[in-house]
Design a protein around this ligand. Structure first.
Ligand code: PHE
Length: 471
């Protein structure tokens, strides 16, 4: 006879906020945010980003979490409950973590490799040219690390919402916060005289980070900063991919949603700002302005060089940094797998353990294939969001489809569904049932009905590369 498993839940507000922050804080905060800030005019990017968090971020996070708590279901069934004709949107949303999961453990594996290098005292080797490429193109090593990371993720999911996800987030998130604060304070104290004889300090680097650079700012450039900030926001808050719907569905009815959402926004943005404070001054002191133009290579190529230039202490700072990054990636990775497991359990009426076991096998295979995308299955493709000199591999294709194409499209449709079909009162009612008041309610209504649909449409068109052909 089929036994119905009791739906898991977080113990209370703190457990929920830490788990959701665990999902939100990831490589996006530690690596993507600082490199975008460096590229997009420092303080100017920070200002734009902050405004977007308080408006778009708030609206999308509120929608996802509230849909989850109100329906007590994950994406597929949640959208069906909202409106039977819109179940397709639930299925589309479900597909985002399905795709992301194929490569997230691979990135986790890269970070795990750096943790091992630094902890075993081989941090300086990581600073040598070709170290990163050597690792990812090694078919055995890259696969082994991806598999380890995948198994670790599965074990936590296997233990359920309270005993797995919440417990792990409660330990990891405070440690992560301490580490990032410590590293950013250290970063401000650095001073280094380069080969050119110029002495640069962390404090100067900090000013570069926070001062808005308005040099040669044109409307076109501003638009591109805006779009960078917007796509960073989606990725960073883990919205529009069903993850926050699933986590919201585990929140008890007496938890104040409005307050929790504010705290998740603060946690995620705070860590991103601190990551910039940790990385930009250090990179500036050791490599000057040019060092910051490393783009995606920042985390795995430039940073190890910075740690090596620090001398002996660099081993410790490097180890602390990569341990923190591994923690951040693990809590994000479990949220991706949980969203898939939870949807499957609801659709197939299977137990958590059975579902997790089957999905683990599937994703072990997928991770192996993606990890081999840099060796056995190597090819080059230029995706619409890439510059003329860049090329992508398997991992980039998965990332492009899920983050650049599907997420803005899903946000667009779901803001239309909430704003115009079921109506924002549907959301407000749930929030007001447990919060003292729905702060920023008017803002939410205006955003969900008017601003979000328009901007999401622009973002979606932009991601397809059509815009570049028009302008
Ligand atoms: N929010 C995470 C980050 O900022 C990334 C992430 C994306 C997590 C997708 C889960 C799913 O890095």
């Amino acid at each position: 006879m089929e036994k119905k498993e009791k739906r898991g839940s977080f113990t209370g507000q703190l457990g929920f906020v830490l788990a959701a922050a665990g999902s939100a804080v990831g490589v996006g905060n530690l690596w993507r945010f600082p490199y975008l800030a460096a590229k997009d005019g420092g303080g100017l990017f920070l200002l734009v980003y902050l405004v977007l968090v308080l408006t778009f971020g708030f609206t999308l996070l509120t929608s996802d979490i509230t849909i989850g708590r109100k329906t007590k279901k994950s994406a597929i069934l949640a959208y069906e409950i909202m409106h039977p004709k819109w179940k397709f949107l639930g299925i589309l949303t479900f597909l985002v973590p399905v795709l992301i999961m194929t490569y997230y453990a691979v990135i986790g594996g890269w970070i795990a490799k750096y943790v091992v290098s630094f902890v075993t005292g081989h941090g300086f080797a990581a600073a040598e040219d070709g170290y990163f490429t050597g690792f990812i193109t090694n078919p055995v090593e890259s696969v082994v690390y991806a598999v380890i990371f995948m198994v670790l993720t599965s074990v936590i999911i296997f233990n359920g919402v309270e005993g797995g996800i919440e417990k792990c987030s409660r330990i990891i998130m405070p440690v992560l916060l301490l580490l990032i604060v410590a590293i950013s304070i250290y970063s401000l104290t650095i001073s280094h005289t380069g080969a050119d004889g110029v002495r640069r300090t962390g404090l100067q680097g900090f000013l570069v980070y926070v001062t808005p650079d308005l040099h040669g700012l044109t409307l076109k450039k501003f638009m591109s900063i805006l779009l960078d900030a917007m796509s960073q926001l989606f990725f960073s808050l883990s919205v529009s991919m069903g993850i926050m719907i699933t986590y919201g569905s585990y929140v008890k009815k007496d938890v104040d949603l409005n307050k929790s959402i504010g705290q998740i926004e603060i946690f995620d943005t705070g860590v991103a700002l601190l990551a910039g404070m940790a990385i930009i001054p250090a990179v500036f002191a050791f490599s000057g302005i040019d060092g910051m133009n490393a783009g995606p290579g920042l985390m795995f190529v430039s940073l190890p060089k910075v740690f090596a230039s620090m001398g002996f202490i660099g081993n410790f700072v490097g180890a602390a940094f990569f341990i923190m990054a591994a923690f951040a990636t693990l809590t994000s990775c479990i949220s991706v797998l949980e969203a898939i497991v939870s949807n499957c359990m609801e659709i197939f009426h299977t137990t958590r353990k059975a579902t997790t076991s089957v999905l683990t096998l599937v994703y072990l295979a997928a991770s192996v294939v993606i990890a081999l995308g840099y060796s056995l299955f190597y090819f080059e493709i230029r995706l619409p969001n890439m510059g003329p000199t860049q090329n992508g591999q398997l991992l980039d294709i998965m990332d492009y489809i899920s983050n650049s194409v599907m997420m803005p499209f899903i946000s667009l449709l779901s803001t239309i569904l909430i704003g115009w079909i079921v109506g924002p009162d549907w959301i407000a009612g749930e929030i007001e049932s447990s919060s003292e008041s729905f702060r920023r309610k008017k803002l939410y209504y205006v955003m969900i009905r008017f601003v979000c649909p328009v901007i999401m449409a622009v973002l979606f068109v932009q991601s397809t590369g059509i815009m570049d052909r028009i302008f």
